[in-house]
Ligand binder design. Structure first.
Ligand code: GLU
Ligand code: MG
Length: 470
């Protein structure tokens, strides 16, 4: 986003025009969102008539949200914390979208600036943009896309284990079963039939918002579904992750359902991932294919992926940040808990996909260990930083792994706790340098506070505590 007064005035003009169009469509308010270091999407809304003012002068918001935790308690860090200070939120008008699941509302993500009009050093979205620009300066264009998995639950059903009245004589297991509006087979068509209107409305709302949906399907666990969207620039991919999630949430609410994007809803079952797909392009050529490296990768693609693989233990703190993330990260659940890569291997943290031979966009890599507790802007920015470090160091990939690493027993696990991942994160020079101290330390402080928050919680209690948060 441009920052000078002239650019702001142009944005104001543009916003006036957009606001007129939105008002004519019956849009009364605009939700301006950003995602904090706890992975929570926070918002200030403005009436449509104030959009132009927001585009010119920004909307105020405290920087203390950078040290908020998932339960809305507040920690502190070396550079950020305390009640003083203010920031300006500037909507990105290019993303302004009328929300099909929330009639009367539109949405735009924001970049955060200081009161003096400088880029706020801890703004996660500006961080993702800065990393993208570093890649572009090398002639490399990263394209990314998030998968969104979620679990739908009946909103009015009793909470399992809560002692709230369910059916007389109902066991805890039965209580869970009655919470899911759909209990058909994994990937079963019967589930699309059972929730036909709901899923049709999810798809319809996304399409009405011009989201380029690739797939919508039932997943493994009861009530679990997934939407995937076409790749775009990294900041755009993170924006889309927010838009898709809020759209699913809104449509679910209109159907009397609650959508949970938490890594795990019912402990012991397959959880919700937030896999990141990525490819690297140079002058409209996909560097994941047509090269001399493994499975046709070019040297740049290989070095980038090797950089991601090298940094993956630290990246896990960013991409699967919550202690609850580690309740999902179990072997043999397609959550990619082994630090290795493989061709089409759904148990490797890094899955390489060649796609159909003639499809230029088909080849890409998927980071499987991530989930939606992550801030998608931090994910895209940190993955680019790790990949670029791999290119700078001319890394190559180790041998690919085929088969289930859990059965082979020869591959290292990624960190198995949030504390171990945080320790790796704090030792990562690559991520510290890319993020800069204020963002790096505020993020680490939030991780530390959440580890403490759940230190003595029983697994299901921790999962329940975050179920409706992300
Ligand atoms: N739900 C699985 C996860 O936790 C992923 C299933 C899939 O590969 O789509 O990541
Ligand atoms: Mg999936």
């Amino acid at each position: 986003m441009e920052t000078g007064a002239a650019e702001r005035e142009r944005a104001q003009q543009n916003a006036r025009h957009e606001a007129g169009r939105l008002r004519a469509e019956g849009i009364r308010g605009i939700a301006l969102t950003w995602v904090d270091n706890a992975g929570i999407t926070r918002t200030k809304t403005v009436p449509t008539s104030r959009l132009a003012h927001a585009a010119r002068w920004g909307v105020g918001m405290s920087p203390v949200f950078d040290v908020y935790t998932v339960d809305d308690s507040i920690t502190t860090s070396r550079h950020i914390g305390g009640p003083c200070g203010d920031l300006r939120l500037f909507p990105d008008l290019e993303r302004l979208t009328a929300l099909a699941g929330q009639p009367g509302w539109a949405w735009a993500p924001v970049d955060r600036y200081t009161q003096r009009g400088e880029p706020y050093p801890a703004c996660q979205r500006l961080f993702a943009r800065r990393q993208t620009e570093r890649a572009l300066a090398l002639g490399l264009e990263p394209r990314m896309g998030f998968e969104t998995e979620w679990t739908v639950l009946r909103r009015d059903a009793p909470k399992p284990g809560s002692g709230e009245p369910g059916e007389p004589g109902e066991s805890e297991e039965d209580a869970w079963e009655t919470r899911y509006p759909d209990r058909g087979p994994a990937y079963g068509m019967a589930r699309v039939v059972a929730l036909s209107d709901y899923l049709g409305d999810v798809l319809g709302a996304l399409l009405d918002q011009h989201v380029d949906v690739l797939q919508l399907h039932p997943e493994y666990s009861p009530g679990q579904f997934e939407v995937s969207t076409a790749p775009s620039d990294p900041v755009g991919a993170a924006d889309l992750a927010v838009l898709v999630r809020e759209t699913v949430r809104a449509v679910s609410a209109r159907h009397g359902l609650a959508a949970s994007f938490a890594p795990v809803v019912e402990v012991g079952r397959v959880g919700n991932g937030g896999h990141l797909h990525l490819s690297l392009w140079r002058e409209e050529r996909n560097l994941c294919r047509g090269g001399e490296g493994p499975f046709g990768m070019t040297a740049d693609c290989q070095a980038f992926l090797a950089g991601v693989l090298r940094e993956l233990p630290a990246l896990l703190a960013v991409g699967a940040p919550s202690p609850v993330s580690h309740l999902r990260l179990e072997p043999s659940r397609w959550a990619g808990v082994f630090r290795c890569w493989g061709l089409e291997n759904r148990e490797a943290a890094l899955r390489f996909i060649t796609g159909a031979p003639g499809d230029p966009g088909g080849a890409n890599a998927e980071v499987k260990c991530f989930d939606a507790a992550a801030n998608p802007y931090l994910v895209t920015g940190c993955v680019i930083a790790a990949g670029l470090a791999g290119i700078a160091d001319r890394l190559t990939l180790p041998e690919p792994v085929s088969g289930d690493p859990a059965e082979r027993g020869d591959q290292p696990r990624l960190p198995t706790s949030a504390a171990e991942a945080l320790e790796r994160f704090e030792r990562s020079g690559v991520l510290r340098e890319a993020m800069g101290d204020p963002l790096f330390e505020a993020f680490a402080a939030v991780r530390r506070a959440e580890i403490e928050l759940f230190a003595s919680a029983a697994p299901q209690d921790a999962a329940d505590a975050v179920r409706g948060r992300y």
